[in-house]
Design a binder for this molecule. Structure first.
Ligand SMILES: [Mg+2]
Ligand SMILES: [Zn+2]
Length: 179
């Protein structure tokens, strides 16, 4: 079986702008290329797990999200940091689907498609929802401070799983000393 790092997208890989769907608004967070390349070099599959309710709200079509992901990977490939697969939930919270984080549906789906060992894998994101998704799926996890504001209470609650950004997280799980 394979191991994976399941990645939140907005606030973790790229700067979080509300309902990102245009390629010209894509901005990678500092050291994202290095982080993804390091994880890949250590044998982790890189799988994005993202809530994209802007689709369900009718703000933009799924094709815009697909195009953005293709564009992201076009850039990431040049840094040996390509994402293996993107999974997203297009629904609204009130739809009650099984795939919107913190539901683990997308992780289960990805794990089946990629033959992934969940206890040997991680989910990393900037929101408590990402942590809850990992817990619900039985993965390890990391909470990064590069996006969504993390309250003092949450910092305390997850103090052993807190990272400045994806690079900090990647170096930690790959066993490298963090600067
Ligand atoms: Mg996020
Ligand atoms: Zn869904």
């Amino acid at each position: 079986m394979e191991r994976a790092v399941f990645l939140d997208r907005d606030g973790t890989i790229n700067v979080d702008v509300d309902y990102l769907h245009e390629t010209d608004k894509l901005e990678f967070i500092d050291k994202t290329f290095e982080a993804l390349a390091l994880l890949k070099a250590h044998g982790y599959r890189l799988i994005v797990i993202s809530n994209q309710s802007g689709i369900g709200r009718g703000y933009f079509p799924a094709q815009d999200v697909e195009r953005l992901h293709a564009y992201m990977n076009h850039i990431l490939q040049e840094h040996d940091a390509a994402i293996d697969a993107f999974y997203y939930c297009p629904h609204l919270a009130e739809d009650g689907c099984a795939c919107r984080k913190p539901q683990p549906g997308l992780i289960y789906h990805a794990a089946a498609e990629w033959d992934i060992d969940l206890p040997g894998s991680y989910m990393v994101g900037d929101n408590e929802k990402d942590v809850m998704t990992a817990v619900n799926a039985g993965c390890g996890y990391g909470l990064v401070l590069s996006g969504h504001t993390v309250s003092d209470a949450l910092r305390e609650k997850y103090r052993d799983h807190l990272y400045q950004n994806l690079w900090d997280f990647a170096r930690h799980i790959c066993g490298m000393e963090v600067e």
